[in-house]
Design a protein around this ligand. Structure first.
Ligand SMILES: [Zn+2]
Length: 91
């Protein structure tokens, strides 16, 4: 995985606080372009997109316009890696 600069999958909550979506972000090494796959927590539709990698990172759902944020990247990095490993059997 040495050609990956950043990779995370996280659950997304809707405005009721329920986990109804997810976002996966992959940033290749030596690239500023994040590959994003998400399930919007508001309209529950799935899409893929590419966005410039920056912090804080956010994408707008292309169906409903909901702003999907990816907060606290560094603080949760270790936890996310664990989640990533635990979740990998689902795919
Ligand atoms: Zn949406």
């Amino acid at each position: 995985m040495s050609n990956v600069r950043y990779l995370t999958t996280r659950e997304l909550r809707n405005d009721q606080g329920k986990i109804t979506g997810m976002i996966k972000v992959l940033v290749p090494k030596d690239s500023n372009n994040a590959k994003v796959k998400y399930v919007c927590p508001m309209c529950l539709k799935e899409a893929e997109t590419a966005e410039e990698w920056k912090k804080p990172f956010a994408v707008n759902c292309k169906f409903c316009g909901y702003k999907i944020k990816l907060p606290k990247l560094m603080a949760q990095f270790k936890k996310e890696k664990k989640t990533e490993l635990a979740g990998s059997t689902k795919e």
